[in-house]
Design a protein around this ligand. Sequence first.
Ligand code: PHE
Length: 455
Amino acid sequence: MAQQEQWKSKIGFVLAAAGSAIGLGAIWKFPYVAGTGGGGAFLLLFLVFTLVLGMPLLLGEFMIGRMGQSNPVQTYGKLALNPKWNFIGKLGVFTSFLLLSFYSVVGGWIILYIVKLLSGGLAGLTQDQYGELFGDIISNPYPTIAAQLVFMLVTILVVAQGIQKGIELASKVMMPALLLLFLILVIRSLSLDGAMEGVKFLLVPDFSKLTSESILFALGQAFFTLSLGVSVMLTYASYLPKTQNLPQSAISIIILNIVIALLAGLAIFPGVFSFGMEPNAGPVLIFSVLPAVFAHMPFGMLFFLAFLLLFLFAAFTSAFSMIEIIVSAVTKNDASKRKKSTWIIGMLIFIVGVPSCLSYGVLADVHLFNKTIFDLMDYTVSNILMPLGALLIAIFVSRKIPREDLFAELKQGSNVRYTFFSICYFLLKYIVPIAIIVVFLDAAGLSDWIIALFK
Ligand code: PHE
């Protein structure tokens, strides 16, 4: 088998994995699903799911990824000594494919917003006008498809270069800059009139607002933002030397991810309340609130431009990881096939994504299962395929790999305590599967049946 490429530096891996995690999920999706799902109660659930389910799963993917030193599909068969387990990897590759098909649509929106800003079209509007303008932009078929194509082309060009030159270098510069800009944004947002209302909405839980559906969304969101359940983290860990400290890397990634989601919430909800908007505006939320927050500060549009660029970078570093695992599965780490495969896969993803792109415009009236094409794709990936993949990975790691082997793997490069390992193992073996199954059944209406039984 071809020799695996490896990360250049320890921090390079952490940044690239954090780059995969931090993307549209934390910055764009978190505020709007939290806004729709009840604010503080949703945040609390998201945090609990991230720590109790996300943490052991992330470690699980890291351990078997580095243990297998192979691609996302064959790692499973190799470790279980039985190729039939490869289906978990195949499911992840399929999920990643669908995911990037609509992720690139949103990436395209950011590009169009940048173009609009540079042409002077964003200055001095009210927040209602920003909402309308954004609606107009994303309903226009040709520019949105062109922007989606540009997003895919950049993704292809970087990933075709291979992991070291492309992904690692890009992440090293972009991540710190993103954090800094977010801090500025939050400070600005908190100084708006009535900002406290927004802070309360985000931080004070009101459990009466939770529904089975919002619990499923919180679960999906926790997995989505950590890139879990699709073998992305497994693939990134397969490029690691045995000297990397896995628990420490996992903890840094989780903390970074939570910090970014919190910062995004703190940047957006004060604005929402201060401008008298609705927190449940959906996907347009950050595109209509943030320009209005920036518009009221000196050099606002300059800051907004910087923000959009970093937002775009964050989306790119996640997109790189999605296409990377497909390329890795298809080329089986044969570097000579990388370029061509990346191009073919990337173009196929683009084509599959076009209907999602059009579902905010000419296909807006096409509904399947009561959802637009875009929403259906997102729902299937985030709330069904990712939790399902996570369930399978949890079962695989805890029941197919001997416990001692896992601990031995985790110990390499770290002096992790046995208790820490035991807790994660227990969570992975029992709590993660049970929680995912219960949330699934609940969202599928189990609670309604039970209530109906007793009526
Ligand atoms: N974590 C990424 C985000 O929040 C999305 C992602 C999911 C990336 C799964 C890779 C794999 O935007």
